[in-house]
Ligand binder design. Structure first.
Ligand code: GDP
Ligand code: ZN
Length: 359
């Protein structure tokens, strides 16, 4: 542990510099589902077959039945989640029952209770939310150190959001083929930092194939949500993990150094070794949940652990006397970049207008 802390400390300034070059660009949220879905609205159609929703096309859903057949379904019944207005009542990853109606059309007639799900606001001003995916084993953030950079605030918001949904998260650092010595050290620093908190970090190059076998092994038999800011190589990575997935890949815009949006709806694809990947559309809107200020620290595990030693029970770690978190940051037991991300979420809660710009 001591060694790890030294290493974190050594890399702290490098990561801080990396963090400083970036700005918080994300906003949104939700919480782990407390209430289960209600189902069972009486319908007058045939017996159901089990299936899993693999694609959401906007107006309908593609369900893969247990026999492997894929059918295009509409929804029959009221599957709304209580207390949340959603644009889609059914999500990719949902286990559903599919029935044929007299007109030969297929309908989703019930949705099984979700283990978890992630949602995001349909748009910045909207009260409606969109369920991006359900029943996820791992939320993986594909990140890149350059071309484009993934800001550490973006990484930390993603991780905090996953914590809030109760989903394990990991980071996939892609494009290792273009790293120079500095980037390799930075990657090592990020790996040490995030693994010390409890998040798996894997370094890969989707292009050259380095690290891909290990990643494949790690993800097999799991349902993994794949997210990432545009241009990091998420589609390339998925295409490599799932030959035939045929996701469109985008060329990085020379002007903005930002990738273009290439997907609109979530989609689940299966890896040949077992396990599935859920590709979610432009994850820029996947960030903080509607956190209450005092909740934020709960989703930064190392801050939460340390906060037990703060002098005041309601300490927000913003400079109060006897704050154990602040002193842990000063002595490099907690990373400055993580603390900066924590502060940026608090700041966003206090000044929502400043942050909720359209993307
Ligand atoms: P997405 O927006 O995250 O889905 O990114 P894409 O998969 O469309 O990739 C964006 C760009 O990055 C494309 O030009 C890819 O060829 C490139 N790219 C993807 N993976 C790698 C990688 O491992 N190394 C390098 N050098 N480029 C990559
Ligand atoms: Zn404190």
């Amino acid at each position: 542990m001591r060694k790890r802390c030294d290493k974190i400390s050594k890399n702290n300034s490098k990561i801080s510099k990396f963090a400083e070059r970036n700005e918080a660009t994300v906003a949104t949220g939700a919480k782990t589902e407390k209430k289960s879905m209600t189902k069972k609205k009486k319908i007058e159609i045939g017996p159901g077959e089990d299936g899993i929703v693999i694609r959401n096309t906007g107006s309908s859903y593609i369900v893969r039945k247990e026999n492997g057949e894929e059918v295009n379904c509409r929804v029959k019944g009221n599957f709304r989640i209580k207390g949340i207005r959603t644009t889609n009542p059914v999500a990719v990853g949902d286990h559903v029952l599919v029935s044929k109606a007299a007109d030969d059309a297929d309908y989703i007639t019930s949705v099984s209770t979700r283990r978890n799900y992630i949602i995001r606001r349909a748009s910045n001003l909207s009260k409606e939310s969109h369920i991006l995916a359900a029943n996820i084993d791992i939320a993986a953030l594909v990140a890149s150190l350059r071309d484009p950079e993934t800001p550490t605030t973006f990484i930390d918001r993603f991780l905090a959001t996953a914590e809030a949904y109760g989903i394990s998260a990991m980071i996939i650092l892609n494009k290792s083929d273009i790293w120079d010595e500095y980037d390799r050290e930075l990657a090592e620093g990020l790996k040490v930092l995030y693994e010390s908190i409890g998040y798996k970090v894997m370094e890969v190059s989707a292009e050259s194939g380095v690290g891909m076998e290990a990643l494949r092994g790690y993800l097999s038999d799991k349902i993994t949500l794949m997210a990432g800011n545009s241009g990091v190589g998420k589609s390339t990575l998925i295409n490599k993990l799932v030959p035939g997935a045929n996701l469109k890949t985008g060329k990085i815009s020379d002007i903005h150094h930002q990738g273009m949006h290439t997907t609109t709806f979530s989609e689940m694809v299966d890896m040949p070794e077992g396990g599935s990947l859920i590709d979610v559309p432009g994850i820029r809107g996947f960030g903080t949940i509607d956190f209450a200020e005092e909740e934020v620290s709960h989703y930064f595990p190392e801050i939460f652990r340390t906060s037990k030693d703060c002098k005041y029970g309601n300490c927000k770690h913003l400079g109060e006397p006897g704050c154990a978190v602040k002193s842990a940051v000063e002595s490099h037991y907690i990373s400055e970049s993580r603390y900066a991300s924590y502060l940026s979420i608090i700041e966003e809660i206090r000044n929502p207008e400043k942050y909720r710009k359209p993307y």
